[in-house]
Ligand binder design. Structure first.
Ligand code: DC
Length: 237
């Protein structure tokens, strides 16, 4: 039997990393975890409880006190799409709203939030056989991941992709709003003190300026097979 590995896919927001991660999970039968959805779910909970607001920003002490109440799970719907559950409630649609996108980066910059979610994420990977996407998966969550991918794309390509997804999901926004949000999140995600977005030295860089998904998958699946073979060889040698 093949050894199970961990695949870490990191990159800028809306670089297409979750589409790639989901497709690879489907091909390999691995579990897929969207770590960004977890930061979004914490932001939504904080917003509902008054610890996060557009006017006053984030109340770190209040949000930290709420963390133990937050349970995040994932489930698949009938169409096979992953849904995020916040304390049992399906919040998949709500966490993609621009309001959450605008508030999530300062929440994700807080040490207690990261510590809490990284702990949950490490737990999901205990059995390996997992594909996780995010910002710090190859650097902090799974530094020992056998396969690390870093996805890049221009801000304009990412804004078009995000806008298309939002409109498909029934969330309203303009191209300018989405581009502004992406540039602002890039700035916060790369300059924050806590686990800033950066490429792990051994990660493969993937430039994803609208490459068809089938082509991406051919490349990624081949690398995946190589990494599994290496893990098997290491186990047997
Ligand atoms: O991938 P996304 O856009 O859904 O992520 C939402 C936010 O969460 C993003 O601004 C950065 C943050 N994030 C993070 O800090 N670390 C992760 N592993 C995943 C997301």
């Amino acid at each position: 039997m093949d050894k199970k590995i961990i695949v870490a896919i990191d990159g800028y927001s809306s670089s297409g990393k979750s589409t790639m991660a989901k497709a690879l999970a489907r091909l390999t039968g691995y579990i897929y975890v969207d770590s960004g959805a977890m930061y979004r779910a914490v932001t939504l909970y904080g917003l509902r409880k008054g610890a996060v607001s557009a006017e006053r920003g984030v109340d770190e002490a209040a949000l930290t006190a709420l963390l133990p109440e937050i349970d995040i799970q994932f489930r698949k719907d009938e169409a096979g799409n992953q849904r995020t559950l916040l304390n049992g409630e399906d919040v998949e649609h709500e966490i993609r709203d621009l309001e959450i996108s605008n508030l999530v980066s300062p929440v994700a910059a807080l040490h207690p939030v990261r510590e809490y979610l990284v702990g949950l994420q490490k737990g999901y990977g205990r059995e390996r056989g997992i594909i996780m996407d995010g910002r710090d998966i190859g650097t902090v969550v799974f530094p020992d991941a056998e396969m690390k991918v870093f996805v890049e794309a221009t801000a304009e390509v990412r804004a078009h992709r995000r806008l298309r997804e939002m409109l498909e999901e029934g969330n309203e926004a303009t191209y300018e709003e989405v581009l502004h949000n992406i540039l602002e999140r890039d700035r916060i995600d790369t300059t924050r003190k806590e686990s800033p977005l950066r490429k792990a030295p051994e990660a493969i860089t993937f430039y994803n300026n609208e490459i068809p998904l089938e082509e991406q998958m051919m490349v990624l699946h081949k690398i995946f097979d190589e990494r599994v073979a290496q893990a098997n060889a290491k186990d047997n040698g």
